[in-house]
Ligand binder design. Structure first.
Ligand code: ATP
Ligand code: MG
Length: 457
């Protein structure tokens, strides 16, 4: 990892030097500029992770610096420096996209905290952008995404078995992506015929046989003409038998015969017809138990299960969550025409902690809903369902570990307070009653805190 690079813009030389020394000591690479023009030149020359700029400059304002930075690299964060009594312009700068402000006189602890947070955000923006690029580079809409070892293994097996005619059973909990895998298997198979999917538990028992195998005219009430079944429809392609464990016992020998001999008989027909179909089936039940319970024939079980592909639940491969979340975010941002492009760190942390009883489908629904709710560029915690945010270890926001030299707790708490109070006021356009409600405190309390913060500013 290269060092984070910071540009300090201030017309007062003593200020520039003070900040440069302080930040260099923290391990950052620091450049300085004294005017808007110099800042523009520096930004044009070098990619910065953070720009700290004074608002009043000899040839213009920090807002112009902010605009120049935004134009150059939207992932660079900007922190503005305000003198006593210019809180309004700080709020103005934040509305225009500054990350935060530092008020003079500086408090060293506050500078360090603000800089760290701002860099974390710009780093995150870059990570988000890199992920986005990867995704945008090569991604059909039915791509199967996953970097986790178990998913990589699924990909390997898919590649190996796809070109063969072997029967594949995909098993995994609901929403893990079984159908997606079945479709990919077909796409990779090179088979020219169609992919035909049937959910064995969704068809009334009396109709399944005719659905699968077809019927001849007059074979039962309502059979007004000859009809081919799904097996014949899938000729030359793949037939996907979803929830295959639900197939009624009396039909199982017929399926077995189709699998073993490649022949089927339409309902009411005397003659058998050959069918050329690749069978992929899926289940979210333990089929061995179904065999033990006598609801699934053992010989059929072995026929279906020649190659088994297990898709683990999402909670067992959490490293896939960021990629999937970003994928769904782009999908729905595009669909709903929303500006949201990335995921805030704390929102991602909540998503990574959650258990997903509904697996990938649930993650997709959560992100879809959040994108619909989000007005800004980052998907925030506030747009996530309570169940996700309130995860098992819900607690205070994640903070940095205490550094060796220790911290000044009062200052940290004050900075946190300042952050949240400012954000609440911003979001409510300065409405104190609404801001107090957002913060879960009383009107009196917010007034008190504001007075206190102003006194210490
Ligand atoms: N690895 C993945 N990458 C991208 N999208 C995925 C992935 N896994 C699942 N999805 C998406 O999640 C949703 C659920 O997937 P799918 O329908 O394949 O699950 P399933 O296992 O068949 O679920 P069920 O058992 O409920 O039928 C789909 O929208 C699918 O596109
Ligand atoms: Mg399914």
């Amino acid at each position: 990892m290269s060092r984070d690079r910071i540009l300090v813009v201030d017309d007062e030389q003593s200020m520039r030097e003070f900040l440069a020394i302080l930040l260099k000591k923290e391990g950052f690479a620091v450049d300085t500029a004294g005017t808007v023009a110099e800042a523009r030149a520096a930004v044009g020359r070098t990619a910065f992770d953070l720009v700290i700029t004074d608002l009043k400059l000899p040839d213009g304002t920090g807002i112009e610096v902010l605009a120049a930075v935004r134009e150059g690299d939207p992932d660079t964060e900007v922190v503005v420096i305000t003198a006593f009594g210019t809180a309004e312009s700080a709020v103005e700068a934040m509305k225009l996209g500054a990350y935060d402000y530092l008020s003079k006189p500086f408090k060293v602890g506050e500078i360090k905290l603000t800089v760290r947070k701002a860099l974390e955000k710009s780093g995150l923006a870059r990570e988000n952008r890199d992920l986005r690029r990867q995704l945008e580079a090569a991604r059909p809409d039915d791509a199967i995404l996953g970097r986790s070892p178990p998913l990589q293994e699924v990909f390997r097996v898919l590649e190996r078995v796809a070109p063969t005619r072997v029967t594949v059973l995909v098993y995994g909990e609901s929403g893990t992506g079984k159908e997606l895998v079945a479709r990919r298997l077909h796409a990779l198979s090179g088979r020219a015929g169609p992919f035909v999917a049937v959910n064995c538990s969704a068809i009334p028992e009396g109709l399944i046989e005719s659905e699968l195998f077809g019927h001849v005219k007059g074979s039962f009430t309502g059979a007004v003409s000859d009809k081919a079944g799904l097996f014949e429809e899938a000729t030359g392609g793949t037939l996907f038998l979803d929830e295959v464990g639900e197939l009624p016992l009396h039909l199982q020998p017929k399926l077995l015969r189709a699998l073993q001999e490649g022949r089927i008989k339409r309902v009411g027909d005397a003659r058998e017809r050959p069918v050329d179909v690749r069978i992929v089936s899926a289940t979210n039940r333990d089929l061995k138990k179904a065999v033990e319970a006598g609801t699934l024939r053992e010989d059929l079980y072995y026929r279906l299960n020649v190659v088994a592909i297990e898709i683990p639940s999402l909670a067992r491969r959490r490293e896939d969550i960021p990629l999937l979340a970003q994928h769904f975010l782009l999908k729905y941002a595009r669909a709903f025409d929303r500006p949201v492009r990335g995921i805030a760190r704390d929102a991602l942390e909540a998503l990574e902690r959650y258990d997903y009883p509904g697996n990938v489908r649930e993650l997709e629904n959560i992100v879809e809903r959040a994108v619909a709710l989000e007005a800004g560029e980052l998907l925030t915690r506030a747009s996530l369902p309570d169940a996700v945010v309130a995860g098992p270890e819900a607690g205070p926001p994640v903070l940095e570990p205490i550094p060796p030299e220790g911290i000044d707790l009062d200052r940290v708490l004050e900075a946190v307070e300042r952050r949240y109070v400012t954000e609440a006021l911003e979001r409510t356009s300065g409405n104190r009653t609404e801001a107090a409600r957002l913060l879960g405190i009383s009107f009196r309390s917010i007034r008190y805190r504001l007075d206190k913060l102003e006194r210490s500013a």
